[in-house]
Design a protein around this ligand. Structure first.
Ligand SMILES: [Zn+2]
Length: 267
């Protein structure tokens, strides 16, 4: 690969990253908090994310910081302040060498499934990637050191490492108690896709649980019909099929954010 070609690859990913950050905000997955990152395409020991700013406001390569995967410290001295929780990203890239993009978010719809003991399960084909057993729920309280501030944030390497271990089983989403969730993938597009449909599935499941409870309270039929989630083979097959179609929503999502005056992408 020539230097020009390498530069084009990096520039293309930066543009995609900025679009992805805007898309996550446009769809309500992130607000002023939450973040996307990607592994550097030419340097697997480096990952990239924005400086400490709302994802919607990221607009140029100047807003990005390169970090070492090893310790989540900036590659360049004098880098601006970064996100407190960047060790979520560094520890996942360190442990899972095939992961190239990570989304961390606090979407409202997901939170009930992090604190209720009700597992998040795939309600429709768009969320087959969740798997039939649902994502694990990681509880930060099990991993604090005595010296840690118990503010629920993944501030330290040992907390990020413990969270990264939850992806060892091949799942692609982990819920975080009283906090949010983290989604991983091979690509920015797919990580964003998984984050959006994790949130949508959570909203659908909450509605279904409410309806089901109302039905059980008013029905003459006993026991009330069980909620029918996707079967194991359905979830797997749907995830396989959908993974080949992500360019379609991505194209639409890019057009949506490019048409909104809130977002700017100068990359
Ligand atoms: Zn967070």
């Amino acid at each position: 690969m020539t230097t020009t070609e390498a530069d084009a690859v990096v520039e293309g990913l930066i543009r995609k990253f900025i679009h992805g950050s805007h898309i996550l905000h446009y769809h309500g997955v992130v607000d002023a908090y939450g973040h996307l990152s990607f592994r550097h395409p030419l340097r697997s020991d480096i990952f990239v994310m924005a400086k400490n700013m709302p994802p919607a406001a990221i607009s140029s390569p100047d807003d990005l910081i390169q970090y070492w995967v090893e310790n989540a410290e900036p590659v360049e001295e004098g880098a601006p302040k970064g996100y407190v929780e960047r060790r979520i990203h560094s520890e996942i890239y360190k442990r899972h060498h095939n992961v190239n993009a990570v989304v961390h978010a606090h979407a409202d719809a997901v939170i009930p499934f992090t604190i209720s003991g009700v597992p998040l399960r795939p309600c429709y084909h768009m969320a087959g990637f969740l798997g039939t057993d649902g994502p694990p729920v990681w509880d930060i309280a099990d991993h604090y050191f005595r010296s840690d501030i118990p503010d629920m944030l993944v501030r330290h390497e040992h907390l990020g490492r413990s969270l990264a271990q939850t992806f060892d089983g091949g799942n692609v989403v982990t819920l975080m108690r009283g906090h949010g969730f983290t989604a991983i993938s091979l690509s920015i597009e797919d990580a964003v896709f998984r984050a959006i449909y994790t949130m949508k599935n959570a909203a659908i499941q909450s509605s279904t649980l409410s309806l089901s409870a109302a039905s059980a309270a008013t029905s003459d039929v006993s026991p009330a019909p069980a909620i029918r989630y996707l079967s194991r083979s359905e979830a797997w097959s749907a995830a396989e099929t959908l993974s080949g179609t992500i360019s379609r929503p991505w194209q639409l999502w890019v057009e949506e954010v490019e048409a909104s005056p809130l977002y700017s992408n100068a990359a």
